[in-house]
Design a protein. Structure first.
Length: 461
């Protein structure tokens, strides 16, 4: 592939498919569980089990989609075709999850054979989560694999991820601004109203953004179709020491972020007493994310990607416990902490996603094969396991301490303290583990350039 700098048009259209992924991520972690528990009456334990089971299904689907995407060989390439066919699955699942009131008990396939005591609402949520995550994998794995193939340059890969993250975060921020605008201008606010607005945004952007990426960005066609089996690929990946460090670090990073995201609405409603304006917290956070992207791109080029990531992790680790000192009526005091944390949080997706492409180069150097999608399948699975484990732990914990999430409920000081411990200390602990995992990371810019030179030399032989 040419080493010329990618045109901004290509970067823009490629980045558009990040928008539905970014817009959906927060509601699926924070708003949907809170809504189904607090407003629709599902039990904490039921929602926790649903999220765990739905994500466990990905242990089969993610490696399979990664393997098949690497093996796909069509006139349109091997990534875009998967992305395009993810659109109908994502649209129907989004509609069913975000607008459940008209067909609460209807699913086309009975899950009674699983012998799970989930009730009608639990079975409904589980089925549509399974559809959603399958469609998500069809989009996410080929899409992120495609990024690793757009450029071989160490720093340009950060630029590609930076564009993708900026566009995704911009769309995310806009989708959170809309409920805030509806609240302040039209008095249309609350948990259900927020979910309606974000759900409508998703149904609109899913087909538009994915189609624009698919039809406007050329795909590299000089790939080598992978010949090995899934098992061989997984073994080769495990032998890649840089990949092991990176994937464990990102697992703990994402586990902590998921814990925080899952519990922040409970914290806002249960600790500060704010029922309607919780969306403003996310507006502040994502605006700060946007502002922070150029700085972290610059710093990663100066001191290396892994060092910039560690600094971002460390800053967030010190900030999160500050929320512990807030109480009833202190909602707006969250904003200064949230804004600074949002600046540091830019690193959580920007840096490690750029590092993945370098890890894939190292695998190609060691094995001679091109298995980018299988790497991203493993990455996707680990991410989803964090999203499965975090709610199972958090909701089980909140159930055990007797926390009542019903709007307007009065919880005891002990229950409020238990929630504070989970929200304020769970994330820092996970981030410290991530920092430990990524220490002594072996792939610097100089090392990556050596690897690319060796790969190019082998291709010319």
């Amino acid at each position: 592939m040419s080493e010329k700098t990618l045109p901004k048009k290509t970067l823009f259209f490629y980045g558009l498919s990040e928008m539905p992924l970014s817009i959906a991520s927060l509601p699926l972690l924070a708003f949907i569980p809170n809504y189904y528990v607090s407003d629709l009456g599902l039990n904490f334990t039921v929602v926790a089990l649903v999220m765990l089971l739905a994500r466990s299904f990905d242990a089969v689907t993610d490696p399979l989609i990664g393997f098949l995407s690497d093996k796909t060989d069509t006139r349109w390439g091997r990534r875009r075709i998967w992305m395009f066919f993810s659109i109908p699955l994502l649209m129907i699942a989004t509609y069913k999850i975000f607008f459940p009131e008209d067909s609460w008990e209807w699913v086309p396939l009975s899950l009674d054979f699983l012998s799970l005591n989930l009730g009608a609402g639990g079975h409904y949520l589980l089925f549509w989560f399974l559809v959603l995550w399958f469609g998500w994998s069809m989009l996410f794995i080929p899409y992120y694999s495609w990024a690793a193939e757009l450029s071989n340059d160490y720093n340009e890969r950060s630029t590609i991820v930076g564009w993708r993250m900026f566009i995704g975060t911009f769309g995310n921020a806009i989708s959170k601004f809309l409920p805030a605008i509806a609240l302040f201008l039209f008095a249309f606010g609350g948990a259900e109203e927020t979910i309606i607005i974000i759900g409508a945004c998703l149904i609109l952007v899913i087909p538009i953004c994915i189609s624009l990426s698919v039809f406007n960005v050329p795909e590299r066609m000089d790939y080598k179709v992978k010949q090995g089996s899934v098992k061989q690929g997984l073994l080769a990946m495990w032998k890649n020491s840089a990949f092991r460090k990176l994937i464990f670090a990102y697992f703990f990073n994402y586990l902590g972020v998921t814990l925080s995201t899952l519990t922040v609405m409970f914290f806002i409603r249960g600790v500060t007493g704010e029922e309607e304006q919780g969306i403003l917290y996310f507006v502040f956070y994502y605006v700060a994310n946007l502002i922070g992207i150029p700085f972290w791109l610059w710093l990663s080029k100066k001191i290396g990607k892994h060092n910039a990531w560690k600094i971002g992790l460390l800053v967030f680790t010190f900030l999160q416990p500050c929320y512990f000192f807030l109480g009833e009526g202190d909602y707006y005091w969250m904003f200064p902490i949230t804004f600074i944390a949002g600046l540091a949080g830019s690193t959580f997706h920007l840096i490690p996603h750029s590092m993945k492409a370098d890890v894939i180069d190292y695998d190609t150097y060691l094995t001679g094969e091109d298995r980018a999608a299988q790497f991203f399948a493993a990455w996707s699975f680990v991410t989803k396991m964090a999203i499965a484990i975090a709610p199972f732990f958090a909701f089980t914990y909140l159930d055990l301490i007797g926390f009542d999430s019903t709007p307007g409920a009065i919880n005891s000081p002990e229950q409020i303290l238990g929630l504070k411990v989970l929200f304020c200390l769970g994330l820092p602990l996970c981030l410290l583990l991530a920092i430990l995992c990524v220490r002594n990371y072996p792939i610097t810019q100089e090392k990556q350039e050596e690897i690319r030179s060796e790969i190019n030399a082998k291709k010319q032989q």
